[in-house]
Write a protein that binds this ligand. Structure first.
Ligand code: G4P
Length: 287
């Protein structure tokens, strides 16, 4: 899903989240494990500042495991419970409920002390487009879910989905905008196909990708394309060389590097190079 964000949309989205966050006990912030920092909107921390938070690092099937481990530690040190999941196949989903109970421990105990038993924990999912919010909610809820509220005769209000008898989820995720102002973030999100790449030059993206691969994932790259002395070549040289290897030529036997850039980005997004993280832990200044 690609949304054109305008200042009006952002204000509206923020206001909605501020309203909804008052209704929940815990905020579930979803990030893409390949770009944990770039897929984050810092507004979440402000809006959810007084609430327990669970950070979901989603799409772990596509991300570098060691990097995911390091990002998870960083996010945990920041004060959130962190759960690694593949929302598509369900891996790690069982840990979400445990984390919710853990971060809401004090509230549950307070309720118990007041004789309130089994009051459901209420949560909402937030994140920028494409991090997997809908996939996650569907997986968590499964088919057997029952919606509460908005039944005939019941006051119109928020839709809560009963996940377990003691856990309810707001059915619509809080949608936030990506951080467009930071060019590094724009490139990272375009590389994973999360924002419209027309906004950026495809060749530039291919260069970024090749550079990332030769610096951090050389073996994976070289498994697919044989490039001698890759460190010492410039990016255009590498692009031309692999274009020829793919036999993508224009009239006059010129390498069609534009087509190759598209092929390269497609392969990358489809996981053809294995598990790759774009936000390299030590290289990014965390703000
Ligand atoms: P959103 O609500 O946050 O916008 O994201 P959504 O759930 O629509 O997911 C965006 C894309 O990411 C979907 O792919 C979805 O299948 C995929 N996805 C979600 N979680 C995971 C995961 O853990 N691993 C992987 N590999 N992919 C994940 P799509 O191509 O847009 O749709 P489709 O191919 O599923 O039909």
């Amino acid at each position: 899903m690609n949304i054109q964000w305008y200042p009006g949309h952002m204000t509206k989205a923020k206001r909605m989240m501020e309203e909804n966050v008052k209704l929940v006990d815990v905020v579930i912030e979803m990030l893409d494990a390949r770009v944990p920092l770039s897929s984050r909107n810092p507004e979440v921390l402000k809006i959810a500042k007084n609430k327990p938070r669970i950070v979901i690092l989603n799409k772990i099937d596509l991300a570098d495991e060691e990097m995911t481990r390091r990002w998870a530690k960083f996010l945990k040190d920041e004060g959130a419970a962190v759960v690694l999941v593949n929302a598509r196949d369900g891996k790690g989903m069982n840990n979400v409920m445990t984390a919710a109970k853990e971060v809401c421990k004090e509230k549950i105990q307070r309720n118990l002390a007041r004789g309130i038993i089994n009051k459901p924990i209420r949560a909402m999912v937030v994140g920028i487009p494409n991090v997997g919010k809908s996939t996650f909610i569907n997986k968590l809820v499964g088919k057997a879910s029952a919606k509460t509220g908005n039944k005939p005769g019941v006051t119109k209000g928020k839709q809560w989905i009963k996940v377990k008898k003691d856990f309810e989820l707001l059915d619509t995720p809080g949608l936030l905008w990506p951080r467009f102002e930071d060019q590094r973030v724009g490139i990272a999100l375009a590389l994973i196909g999360s924002i419209k790449e027309e906004l950026l030059d495809r060749r530039e993206l291919a260069f970024k990708m090749i550079d990332l691969m030769r610096t951090h994932y050389k073996a994976q790259f070289l498994q697919k394309y044989k490039v001698e002395d890759i460190e010492n070549k410039d990016l255009m040289e590498i692009l031309e060389e692999i274009t020829r290897q793919r036999h993508l030529v224009k009239t006059g036997n010129e390498p069609d590097t534009d087509r190759m850039s598209i092929v390269l980005l497609d392969e990358f997004r489809n996981g053809k190079y294995g598990k790759i993280t774009i936000d390299i832990f030590d290289e990014i200044e965390v703000n």
